[in-house]
Design a protein around this ligand. Structure first.
Ligand code: TYD
Ligand code: MG
Length: 455
């Protein structure tokens, strides 16, 4: 009897979904302490699986025309050109960032009077959803709203009304009858997603899942979710700021690193056509420690302002803070500057900020960081019509980065006059050199200092 009970025991890591037959103090997969809790074993899926028939690869693939186009340009681009039939898309984000708003606007854009879509909420009452719809001035007969938490009921509902799209808000509030644990637990979230995934694939119904994100940035609980779905989009942004960014983290049907920029207004989310202008709107001109960097997110160039403040530290250990950029990268670049230029930074506090609350991950940011740091350290202003971009290597060399012509065109469009770039990137530019833009190639950080801060 006791042995039988033991056999059924299952412990699951609340962080990453790792499964173990016995309890462990630390998850061997993700290294989290005290994250394993006992779960009930889900009913084996194999017991119910029906055998599918293999088909020849050369059959019809379905074309891009089958995609559901929302007509919201920022959204369609992030999705890789619309929603693919039978796909499952996960939209993650902090609570209150605007996920439900985005979904409702998406549904309204989709129905356009003829399609019927189903919005299932496990968090709010129909009244609350109606209130939001009122605010967004959405009054669509094609949008059907249900409050439901059980995925089996949702599947039955979907079979009944066969909607063009199913949206589930949020996956953390859903449960499947096959699993005993509480909604929001790793097993429950994963099994519920599996049921909805089966529904999506078997009936070619596109499913949008909303998921809450934990503080450390992972979709709450199971990262396993990210592996199951076809596309993962993060909705992010500073809540104090009005703009929101929808970012692709994974997409089986399109490119990743694509972003869509929205502004949260009192009548809902509005597309931002010219994000560069938005991010540069409050740029101080002729102030040391500020420089503009043309970044490329997916297929879209965005100019951002890199700000640095370097000042003598009053503390034993100088502070290093990076907002919107990788702190490790900042540490590396600081070390390169100390070694290659002989400047002293170890006794200086360094604060780095990408203005507007956007996050930039690409190495092309390096040169922006270096220039902003030196500008603040030397108290020397960088010409406000200059943009810089390039990767910085450990030897102080400035290395090529991609999509130079795109960056150049965007900078030109916004009226910048000088482009400081890696010498090795010049090759990429053949022909794209615009007449009015003055391109300055640089090879090392030493040459950069000569170019920008001397004389
Ligand atoms: P919501 O979509 O409920 O967020 P989530 O589903 O991600 O939790 O939106 C949350 C915030 O957005 C809320 O604090 C109010 C704000 N908001 C607006 O500023 N304008 C609007 O038109 C709407 C509907 C919401
Ligand atoms: Mg919500």
């Amino acid at each position: 009897m006791a042995a039988k009970k033991k056999e059924q025991q299952l412990f699951v890591c609340g962080q990453c979904g790792y499964e173990s037959r016995k309890w462990l103090g630390r998850c061997p997969d993700c290294g989290q302490w005290d994250s394993l809790t006992e779960q009930q074993r889900p009913v084996a899926v194999s017991a119910r699986r029906k055998v599918s028939t293999p088909e020849s690869l050369s059959g019809p693939a379905g074309s891009d025309q089958d995609r559901l186009i929302t007509g919201i340009g920022e959204l369609d681009r992030v999705l890789g050109g619309g929603i693919v039939p039978g796909s499952m898309v996960l939209i993650g984000g902090d609570p209150g960032i605007g996920k439900s708003t985005l979904i409702l606007q998406l549904l309204a854009a989709l129905t356009g009077g003829e399609r019927r879509v189903l919005y299932v909420t496990g968090e709010e009452s129909i009244r609350q959803v109606r209130m939001r719809a009122d605010r967004l001035q959405i009054d669509d007969e094609g949008i059907f709203v249900a409050t439901e938490n059980c995925v089996e009921s949702i599947a039955a509902m979907a079979a009944e009304m066969s909607p063009a799209l199913l949206a589930v808000d949020s996956i953390q509030t859903m449960f499947t009858e096959d699993v005993g644990s509480a909604p929001g637990s790793v097993t429950q979230v994963r099994e519920s997603t599996a049921r909805l995934l089966a529904l999506a694939k078997s009936s070619d119904l596109p499913v949008l899942l909303i998921g809450h994100v934990t503080k450390d940035g992972a979709i709450a609980g199971p990262r396993v979710l990210e592996h199951m779905v076809d596309a993962v989009l993060y909705f992010e942004g500073d809540r104090g700021q009005m703009f929101r960014i929808l970012r692709t983290v994974k997409n089986r049907f399109g490119s990743t690193n694509e972003i869509g920029v929205f502004e949260m207004k009192d009548t809902g989310l509005a597309e931002v056509d010219n994000p560069s202008a938005l991010f540069l709107a409050e740029r101080p001109v002729n102030v040391p420690g500020s420089v503009v960097m043309p970044s490329v997110e997916g297929t879209r160039p965005i100019l951002v302002e890199v700000q640095a403040l370097v000042s003598p530290s009053s503390l034993g250990t100088a502070r290093r803070t990076a907002i919107g950029a990788d702190p490790q990268r900042l540490a590396l670049l600081t070390a390169v500057l100390e070694k290659k230029l002989g400047v002293t930074l170890f006794d200086h506090d360094i604060f780095l900020n990408i203005a507007g609350g956007i996050r930039i991950d690409e190495p092309a940011l390096d040169l922006g960081v270096v220039v902003a740091l030196l500008s603040s350290l030397f108290e020397k202003v960088v010409d406000p019509t200059t943009v810089v971009c390039g990767e910085v290597g450990l030897a102080g060399e400035i290395r090529a980065v991609g999509q130079m012509d795109m960056r150049l065109r965007e900078a030109d469009r916004l009226g910048f006059k000088t482009f400081l770039m890696p010498e090795s990137s010049l090759r990429q530019l053949d022909g794209a050199l615009s007449g009015s833009m003055n391109v300055i190639p640089v090879r090392t950080v030493g040459a950069l200092v000569e170019q920008l801060f001397q004389g």
